[in-house]
Ligand binder design. Structure first.
Ligand SMILES: [Zn+2]
Length: 372
């Protein structure tokens, strides 16, 4: 076995374990014996990163569990106030900057209001202010401060983007890796290497949203789809890749294909990790395939919007569950944290915990109801 890019012989040390669908998207299908570590990481730097950025919003909102690392926060601006917010993993918006305001009443009393994303930032801001206003009694302020979770009254807007040269390359690599993983011959994909390496431009991959879905995702499911077809009669080898049921691509791998007739697919449920096969429908002639690359100017925004509209309510449900679990475990930790180890759980402590849980959940639910 050697690396299909640089042809170095693969050993235990230098062989990389390749995520065929990016780890950034929560992909779990792996293959060994395709690329060396160096080439794998070069491809990662050159173009996989762009696809990871393109799909990060969905990975974040859908609470995707990756093999390594968590999805990045989504940066966004609150239109009503112009303030910057980060949507954290799990969907909670957190203001990115701490701000404070000092007002003086008619009777000369000063009022200080600090809006911080967490206690640490709150204390940091207070210490900073102490240098400017030495009279501030930090301990007194902290003792009387009440911590409150505030909810935004207006939703935040996220700007999504699709396509992009690097993203298309990354999709092409996924199709090549899936083909080789399935035992395909390297001679049918070799001509695509200069394209992956950035030496030539090639028209290999493009967005694809046909009228009839290639995979009909059941209600409530979000999945990734890989589809590979080799048709020796038509002389074509092509693939279809769908990420989160939103980003859909067709990949023209070879137009003088003489290999075996193949039809493989892989459908991966991003939440249950269930894998399905023989669930997709795609049959193209050579001219149909090539036509998909002719009228490329019309970008399928309406189709993408429809697909987002199907997936976002699923993300909301996932987030509700995630946030409610978080509220409960926080309240339990807080209640138990107050109990010295070995002490008996009293009725009072139970009541305090109930109050924390119910209070937290009620304000969260009230906010969600207002929002919809
Ligand atoms: Zn290599």
């Amino acid at each position: 076995m050697d690396c299909y890019k640089c042809e170095v012989q693969l050993t235990e040390e230098n062989a990389s374990e390749e995520h065929i669908i990016l780890n950034a998207c929560g992909g779990r299908l792996k293959s060994k014996g395709l690329l060396c570590k160096k080439c794998n990481s070069d491809f990662g730097d050159q173009f996989d990163r762009e696809l990871a950025e393109t799909t990060n919003d969905l990975a974040n909102l859908l609470i995707i569990k990756r093999h390594n690392g968590e999805p990045q926060p989504i940066r966004t601006i609150h239109k009503a106030t112009g303030e910057k917010y980060n949507i954290e993993y799990g969907g909670a918006p957190v203001q990115s900057k701490t701000n404070y305001e000092i007002t003086v009443d008619k009777d000369g009393k000063g009022r200080l209001s600090i809006n911080a994303k967490n206690e640490k930032e709150f204390k940091k801001t207070l210490s900073g202010l102490k240098r400017k206003y030495p009279d501030l009694d930090i301990d007194k302020i902290l003792a009387s401060a009440k911590k409150e979770t505030l909810y935004l009254s207006e939703p935040l807007e996220i700007n999504g983007h699709i396509g992009g040269k690097g993203a298309l390359k990354s999709i092409t690599k996924a199709a090549i890796n899936y083909y080789l993983h399935k035992g395909g011959g390297r001679e049918y994909i070799k001509h695509l290497l200069p394209y992956l390496e950035g030496k030539v431009e090639m028209d290999v991959a493009w967005m694809h949203y046909p009228e009839v879905d290639i995979y009909a995702s059941p209600q409530g499911e979000v999945s990734h789809v890989l589809k590979l077809v080799g048709n020796s009669k038509e002389g074509i080898l092509y693939a279809y890749v769908e990420l989160f049921n939103v980003h859909c691509f067709i990949i023209r791998l070879n137009e003088s294909y003489t290999g075996a007739d193949i039809d493989f697919d892989y459908v991966f449920n991003v939440h249950s990790y269930e894998v399905k096969e023989n669930q997709t429908n795609l049959k193209l002639t050579k001219s149909e395939l090539n036509n998909l690359f002719v009228n490329k100017n019309s970008e399928p925004f309406e189709k993408v919007k429809e697909r987002y509209a199907r997936v976002i309510p699923i993300a909301y449900r996932m987030q509700d569950q995630y946030q409610i679990n978080k509220i409960i475990s926080k309240a339990v930790d807080k209640a138990f944290g107050a109990v010295p180890s070995g002490a008996v759980m009293t009725e009072e402590l139970m009541a305090a915990m109930r109050e924390q849980v119910v209070g937290g959940i009620m304000s969260f639910i009230a906010h969600r109801r207002r929002e919809r």
